[in-house]
Write a protein that binds this ligand. Structure first.
Ligand code: GDP
Length: 296
């Protein structure tokens, strides 16, 4: 039977006779379970290490307050540390720049990039009352351009007319010009995705970032791909520099390990979470909820 980490920690530690402070031995026994639970939740090994070190340094010698059991005490320390590593404050998309504010969407093909572009555009339109223009820069896949246009109609957000034969940078520049002329507040640029991280993809996205002076560069990553999402995040951040992460498919059974790993490895905040295929299935990222999911 699968037991959540909270129960496992409690059953290990609650057998102890209540003492004033947690000893290193008690804490190490608990940390073996923490480590196992994090690895089961698909957290990267390096992140597991630094996490357990932090918990150890806080837990050893910590006084168990009268109202809780040693198990509950450790669960609380683990939970607080998870929330801190996931980024305690809710992060939103930063639009604090001269309009039209360019937002670049990057990520692998199939990660949910185009869907997330439309979801964010809809959210900025409906909730923040911004005028948003979307443009697809996927010059190699006409179907991807069509897909964005269809989504645009669905969510009531304008898309840049498609002109054949232009490069990604040319389309991005045209989008910025059109947005300036049309008085738009935000330009969402949906870059081309590839099946794997490749040099051409990175170079193109970096050129678009430079040409538009993109204010936000959001990496869209699929939570279900676990460790691969972490490698992707590291690669994109190293090569292009990202400002935040949109984690998709959190409606699936991903246990949240990818979220913890990506945040810890890149230091970039997870700004939004995709929770379904529908255009309004987009939520703010709540570290406490993801911590709960990992704790089980
Ligand atoms: P792209 O190739 O990265 O642009 O990916 P798409 O936006 O075309 O999305 C690929 C598939 O994933 C589509 O069928 C989307 O409906 C689906 N998708 C995107 N985001 C989510 C999500 O958060 N949850 C679920 N369940 N499906 C999603």
């Amino acid at each position: 039977m699968f037991e959540g980490l909270s129960e496992r920690l409690s059953s290990i530690l609650d057998g102890l006779t209540r003492r004033g402070a947690l000893t290193e031995e008690d804490v190490n026994a608990a940390l073996r379970e923490v480590r196992r639970a994090l690895l089961e939740a698909d957290v990267a090994l390096e992140v597991v290490r630094s996490f357990t070190d932090k918990v150890r340094s806080q837990a050893v010698g910590a006084n168990v307050v009268k109202s809780v059991t040693p198990g509950q005490m450790v669960v609380k320390i683990v939970n607080d540390q998870l929330v801190e590593m996931l980024g305690s404050d809710a992060q939103t998309i930063d639009l604090n720049a001269v309009p039209p504010v360019p937002i670049l969407m990057v990520g692998l093909q199939g990660s949910g990039k185009t869907t997330s572009t439309a979801k964010i555009a809809k959210r900025l339109t409906d909730k923040s009352g911004r005028r948003v223009l979307m443009a697809s820069l996927d010059t190699r896949r006409p179907a991807a351009m069509e897909q964005l246009a269809i989504l645009g109609k669905q969510v009531g957000v304008e898309t840049l007319p498609i002109v054949a034969g232009q490069s990604a940078v040319q389309i991005a520049r045209r989008a910025m010009d059109a947005a300036r002329l049309g008085g738009f507040d935000v330009v969402m640029l949906d870059t081309a995705g590839r099946v794997t991280v490749d040099e051409a993809l990175m170079t193109e996205a970096a050129e678009v970032k430079k040409a538009t002076d993109a204010h936000e560069v959001l990496l869209v990553a699929d939570a279900l791909t676990g460790q691969d999402a972490v490698h992707t995040a590291r690669a994109f951040d190293g090569r292009i520099g990202i400002t935040g992460i949109v984690l998709t498919r959190m409606d699936g059974d991903a246990r949240g390990g990818a979220a913890l790993s990506m945040r810890a490895v890149t230091g970039r905040p997870i700004k939004l979470v995709g929770t379904g295929e529908k255009v309004d299935a987009l939520e703010e990222f709540h570290p406490a909820r993801v911590a709960n999911r990992i704790l089980g």
